[in-house]
Every structure is written in structure tokens, then in C-alpha cells.
Design a protein around this ligand. Structure first.
Ligand SMILES: [Fe+2]
Ligand SMILES: [Fe+2]
Length: 220
């Protein structure tokens, strides 16, 4: 169970390293980075638990995962572990309602957040079940604590999705020229222009074919 949990945490760290790298929204980048740190701490706790019992945390793990590069699709391991979570004793799942229609400009981020939500929802169930199965008291407490953390991730992701899907939330993107933040206001139309507050960058919002905002550079 500890090795399964460690695999889950390594997948979580990979997931929350990839998602912020692909985002242009400073608020989402910050949140994903906080999740990455938290999952790295979970990983550390599990590695410490193994080391304290004379076990090598990296035994049997694929090299790519140890290095944190080229990790397999984060959903693969989670699917394997879903089988465990379905045993009696697991805590219930809380699926999200279907995606709200008409969200403009954030298609990839919304899809990533929804997948993250499902991943965390499954992790809560898995850790609930592991805690139930653990015979060692300290290990049971560790799994319970991890379940609390993942439940917080799930709830935070639900809130974040609500905010991203709310048309009243302003569209704020990194300036492609200097990395500062450009505010395009709430519910902006295609072609809305924004000026970077700290550099000469001027941009117009354009949706791309995947449904994400891109920034078209305008003459200064
Ligand atoms: Fe975790
Ligand atoms: Fe998590």
C-alpha cells in the first residue's frame, strides 16, 4: 500500500508540474504550484516511512518516475488503483456536475482542472480505503492525513473551477513580452486589447482552435 501511495504521489507531483507549465493564467499557475509542493511533501512522508523501515523508496520504480521526467500518463496508475478504492471500506466518490457551457478561452485549463478534480477525488477514496486496511496504527494515521490533504485538493479544485467558469472573473494572463500580468477584464470579447503595465507589450485576445485565449501582439 505504501508503494502504491508513493506511486500516486509521484504521479500527482508530475501532474502539478505539467499543468502550470502549460498555463498562462498566473492565478492557476500559483494554485497548481501550491498543489505540487503539497504533493511533494506527501511523497516525502511516504519515502520517509519506507526509509525508517530500512526500505529503498526507489526500488521497483521506473527510472523516469524517480527523475520526475517523462512520467507516464498520470491517469494510468490512478485507474489501476481505482479497483482498490471500490472495495467496501473506501469513502464515497463525489463526481463533478457536467462542465458549464459557454466558457470561453480556458478550455485546456478547465479540462486539466476537471481531470485533477477526478484524480484527487479518487485519491481521497484510495487513502480512505488504505487507512481502513492498514494494520499499523502509525500508517493508518498517515493515510488518514493524506486523505485529508487530498480532500482539500479536491475542494480547492472545485472552487477554482467555479471561479474560472464564472464570467465575472477577469481574464488575467502573463505578458508574453515580459512575464508581468495583463488584465483583460471580466467576460472580454474576442479582440479585446490589453496593455502591459510594465513594458511596451500590447496584445489582443484571440481564441485558438482548442478554445484557449492566445495573445496577438499589437504594434506599440
Ligand atoms: Fe497527495
Ligand atoms: Fe492531491
Amino acid at each position: 500500500m505504501v508503494r502504491e501511495a508513493l506511486r500516486l504521489e509521484r504521479e500527482a507531483v508530475a501532474r502539478y508540474s505539467e499543468h502550470p507549465a502549460a498555463s498562462s493564467d498566473p492565478r492557476l499557475v500559483t494554485y497548481w504550484e501550491s498543489l505540487r509542493r503539497n504533493e511533494a511533501e506527501h511523497r516525502r512522508l511516504l519515502e520517509a516511512w519506507l526509509r525508517a523501515r530500512g526500505e529503498d523508496p526507489d526500488r521497483d520504480a521506473p527510472a523516469a518516475q524517480i527523475l520526475g521526467a517523462g512520467a507516464p500518463d498520470a491517469d494510468e496508475g490512478a485507474t489501476d488503483m481505482a479497483a482498490n478504492a471500490k472495495d467496501p471500506g473506501g469513502v464515497g466518490r463525489h463526481p463533478l456536475p457536467p462542465a458549464a457551457a459557454g466558457i470561453r478561452g480556458h478550455a485546456t485549463e478547465v479540462a486539466a482542472l476537471r481531470a485533477d478534480y477526478d484524480f484527487e477525488d479518487e485519491a481521497v477514496a484510495i487513502y480512505g480505503h488504505f487507512a481502513y486496511r492498514a494494520e499499523d496504527h502509525e500508517l493508518m494515521e498517515l493515510f488518514k492525513e493524506l486523505a485529508r490533504g487530498e480532500a482539500g485538493h479536491r475542494n480547492g479544485l472545485r472552487r477554482t473551477l467555479r471561479t474560472v467558469e464564472d464570467p465575472a472573473t477577469p481574464v488575467i494572463l502573463f505578458c508574453p513580452l515580459c512575464g508581468w500580468q495583463i488584465d483583460f477584464g471580466a467576460d472580454p470579447a474576442e479582440g479585446t486589447e490589453g496593455k502591459c503595465p510594465v513594458c511596451p507589450g500590447r496584445f489582443a485576445l484571440r481564441p485558438d482552435e482548442s478554445g484557449d485565449w492566445t495573445l496577438e501582439r499589437l504594434a506599440p
